[in-house]
Design a binder for this molecule. Structure first.
Ligand code: ADP
Length: 141
């Protein structure tokens, strides 16, 4: 049923991502689908750019790609059914863009417990649920 599943991952909180990955794997096994892992890098603030090494963005992207490759290698699915991508920008915006780009029919993502903070500020999961044009499964611990 789900042929193209997008799994956005916060690489600074991989424990949070594990249940989402496990859920995405079982759903894709059930429907012979593929999984795309996505990490979004923050934009370097213009004010700080002159203090950063010239190749900071390139290095940052490379470490993100390397980390996603490790996550992918631990997933028990044929390698041809796993891919990964790194984008830069606002997290929920890039998640929505990637979902469109790969024609995702499902986004599986973890979310922290609801808190007053996210009630007022909104969260990545909240924005994705609100604006995605495909189904979204929010996995809670
Ligand atoms: P919440 O939505 O619970 O308030 P967050 O917004 O921090 O908490 O993150 C929830 C989910 O958003 C994560 O599980 C992950 O799927 C996605 N996410 C957060 N940061 C990133 C990132 N840098 N790259 C990709 N996805 C991310």
């Amino acid at each position: 049923m789900f042929k193209s599943i997008l799994v956005p991952i916060d690489l600074t909180d991989t424990d949070l991502a594990k249940p989402a990955i496990a859920t995405a794997v079982s759903l894709s096994q059930a429907s012979n689908g593929a999984i795309r892992l996505l990490n979004v890098l923050h934009m370097t603030p213009v004010m700080l750019a002159e203090y950063m090494p010239a190749d900071f963005d390139v290095q940052h992207r490379q470490s993100s790609e390397d980390a996603l490759a490790i996550v992918a290698s631990e997933i028990r699915l044929a390698p041809s059914r796993i891919s990964s991508a790194v984008r830069q920008g606002s997290i929920y915006h890039e998640i929505l863009e990637e979902a469109q780009a790969i024609n995702a029919d499902l986004i599986v993502m973890a979310s922290h417990r609801p808190a007053m903070r996210s009630y007022f500020l909104g969260s990545n999961a909240g924005h994705v649920v609100r604006y995605a044009t495909c189904s979204v499964l929010v996995v809670r611990h």
